[in-house]
Design a protein around this ligand. Structure first.
Ligand SMILES: Cc1ncc(COP(=O)(O)O)c(C=O)c1O
Length: 457
């Protein structure tokens, strides 16, 4: 604080804390800094801070509890002021961020997160931290994690790659931005799936690219005509949101198309581990003899989204190009998180977790389909073999699917309107995820709610 009168400095201490209380940033029981610490922080004398604290105390805002320090008063409500609840999301739609709402897409089964083994892994990782681990080292991500991912890709997806072809990122946005900036020119046309992940369109436009939505059928993306396309972004394992798998025939045709058009295929394998058959489909990348595929993976579905850990794999001859712009994109992912996930993988927990989750999802999917069939028997349902989503196609005449989703949200159900994932509003329906529905009873109650809302239209 700039030098001023003593009165001014003590007033500032008083006002700062009082304001924090009135706006709800500090509430009953919260600890405030000691007068010594705050004095150093504000560049004032300790006596000045003590004077401010003494006024706050006399007005009942704070109280001192001996050794446990100074805290916001437990009886704030006795002061004649209106204390606001602190809500950083006040200006945003709260429901959009409320992850606990049933049917919400994109969230793995949170009740099955392997808490115990994860806690042990984190503790071990912390214990084994070396001095050299205390600073961020490699712009591509730590080598041990890339080695573990390369092994997993080879064994689970049939992808042959070396650790130096792998780049660790914080997720889809980070990966796409890096790939686009390394490989694509401004105003390039990029084929995307329609319906498809809405974020993709937004991201491409924000990078100065032109998304070209292309329709699907039951074999997945329909191969676009030859033309001046620079890339295609596909979700071949389970198309997002329909979960249709790209057929082997289409995979081969898409690879030929990319070679003919000198276009890149960006393979977004966001949840490729969870199919309901016995085996994963081989990744598109595993068939890529002409090196046209950039493969993207994420830990968001196999572990949890809040890890913010993902990666992509580039052809060997493009590694240098990606490294050249690494300084724009790297250093985002905590190395501690990377080391913890590496340990989790090399100790075998990762594979065990995936196997366990395959069974959980198989069961949840089975009872969800059964319940949908029995309660909403007139609704047609798209439910291909894998993935975590089910699409209900609806012929609505009293409202749009966007309006229907809002009605359902009021009943506590977070479904996605199909039209918001499509360029054409003709496609009406709702998309649900069954990942967080723990049992058939719960499922019954939720689907009855959908039925009630549909009947009340
Ligand atoms: C189609 C699609 N791609 C990628 C992702 C993964 O994103 P992230 O790795 O940023 O969590 C998601 C997550 O829901 C998704 O739906």
């Amino acid at each position: 604080m700039k030098s001023g009168t003593k009165q001014f400095a003590y007033e500032q201490v008083y006002q700062r804390i009082k304001e924090a209380i009135l706006t709800g940033t500090l509430s009953s029981g919260d600890r405030i800094p000691s007068s010594r610490a705050l004095a150093v922080d504000m560049g004032v004398s300790r006596g000045t801070v003590e004077e401010g604290y003494s006024r706050l105390k006399s007005e009942g805002y704070i109280e001192s509890n001996g050794k446990s320090g100074t805290k916001i008063s437990a009886n704030l409500h006795t002061i004649d002021v209106e204390v606001h609840q602190y809500s950083p999301l006040q200006s945003l739609s709260q429901s959009k961020f409320d992850c606990e709402i049933p049917f919400k897409l994109g969230i793995p089964a949170m009740d099955c997160f392997p808490r115990k083994v994860w806690s042990k892994t984190i503790a071990k990782c912390a214990r084994e931290t070396k001095v050299i681990d205390l600073y961020q080292k490699n712009p591509q991500g730590i080598l041990d994690l890339r080695i573990a991912i390369a092994r997993y890709l080879q064994m689970s997806k049939g992808i042959q790659c070396k650790p130096h072809q792998i780049f660790i990122t914080t997720g889809y946005i980070n990966s796409i931005n890096w790939i686009v900036q390394a490989l694509l020119r401004n105003n390039s046309k990029v084929v995307i799936e329609d319906p498809g992940y809405p974020l993709t369109r937004k991201l491409l436009r924000s990078n100065g690219l032109v998304p070209e939505p292309t329709e699907l059928d039951m074999e997945g993306l329909i191969i676009p005509p030859d033309g001046s396309f620079s890339a295609v972004i596909v979700t071949p394992a389970h198309q997002s949101p329909t979960c249709i798998a790209l057929s082997l025939r289409r995979r081969k045709d898409l690879l030929k198309w990319a070679t003919r058009n000198e276009a890149w295929i960006i393979e977004d394998d966001y949840d490729g581990d969870f199919c309901n058959g016995q085996h994963n489909n081989p990744a598109l990348k595993s068939l890529d003899v002409n090196n046209r595929v950039i493969y993207m993976g994420t830990f968001s579905k196999v572990l949890c989204p809040s890890l913010r850990l993902a990666y992509f794999v580039v052809p060997e001859y493009k590694v240098e190009t990606f490294l050249n712009i690494a300084d724009l994109h790297s250093n985002n992912v905590s190395e501690f998180t990377q080391r913890a996930v590496t340990l989790f993988m090399i100790e075998g927990h990762f594979y065990r977790h995936i196997q366990r989750m395959k069974e959980v999802y198989r069961v949840r999917r089975m009872f969800t389909l059964k319940v949908l069939k029995s309660i909403l028997n007139e609704v047609s349902v798209i439910h291909p073999d894998g993935g975590m989503n089910i699409t209900l196609l609806l012929s609505l005449n009293k409202c749009t699917d966007v309006e229907l989703s809002k009605y359902l949200l009021k009943k506590g159900l977070h479904v996605e309107p199909l039209s918001s994932w499509s360029t054409s509003e003709k496609k009406q329906g709702i998309i649900i995820s069954y990942a967080n529905i723990e049992n058939e009873d719960e499922c019954n109650k939720l689907v009855v709610k959908i039925k009630d809302v549909l009947q009340a239209l």
